[in-house]
Design a protein around this ligand. Structure first.
Ligand code: SAM
Length: 212
């Protein structure tokens, strides 16, 4: 997918105190970075960061890391943070396929929000719920494997339920229509999700766990 280019993205990202420029150096040392023993949650493909920034603001006793490949998207997230002080938030601009080089067994939850669906069969391996990614996550989860996914893409959702269940994940909660679910599942909407909601598009949600 093409994203709007942000002028000076490299400088904006580099100068942000939220950005971890050498995440490999923090492998097995994230507790020191956050200076606490609180759980650590990671969003892969955070985009413009609305989800992870707001999660961090709402849950100060949990640490959040937003990882994003695209520098312009990361720069937009940095701009959204602006001058706010959010001590439990860090950003990484890198490829998700390298997370095992950045983290030891330190992650409690992985969030996949509106991940790119990669609809062509040739791109299947890029899907964040491809079996290779699920295997990769094993190397960074602390104990239980816990993935929370939401998407407006029915095909990606069905695919993800299939790959996760074949990899022994169990589903704690599944919703075929998150915004109208009577269980009132707590949710933070991204810009894209607000648009989906406006267009009355269904949002699919799964909270999946494999107890190690
Ligand atoms: C459709 S956007 C969703 C952004 C955000 N999670 C949201 O809900 O608004 C998907 C994001 O994943 C990022 N992405 C795709 N492949 C990636 C990878 N291998 N590593 C890190 N980020 C990736 C894209 O650059 C894009 O910003």
């Amino acid at each position: 997918m093409k994203y709007n280019e942000v002028k000076g993205a490299n400088r904006i990202v580099k100068n942000s105190s939220y950005l971890i420029s050498k995440p490999y150096e923090l492998k097995n040392r994230w507790r020191n970075e956050f200076n606490n023993n609180n759980p650590i949650c990671l969003e892969l493909g955070m985009g413009r960061g609305e989800f992870i920034i707001n999660m961090a603001k709402q849950n100060p006793k949990v640490n959040y890391i937003g990882l994003e490949l695209n520098e312009s998207q990361t720069a937009t997230a940095v701009s959204k943070i602006g001058k706010q002080d959010i001590p439990n938030l860090r950003l990484i601009c890198a490829d998700a396929k390298d997370i095992d080089k950045m983290f030891g067994r330190e992650i409690d939850t992985i969030y996949l929000t509106f991940s790119e669906p990669w609809p062509k069969p040739i791109d299947e391996k890029k899907r964040f719920t491809h079996i290779n990614f699920l295997k990769l996550y094993d190397r960074v989860f602390k104990k239980d494997k816990h993935i929370i996914l939401k998407t407006d893409n029915k095909v990606l959702f069905a695919y993800s339920l299939e790959t996760m269940s074949s990899y022994w994940y169990e589903f704690k909660k599944v919703s075929m229509d998150l915004h109208n679910d009577e269980r009132k599942i707590p949710n933070i909407m991204t810009d894209w999700e607000i648009k989906c909601n406006h267009d009355r598009k269904q949002i699919y949600y799964v909270d999946a766990i494999f107890k190690g």
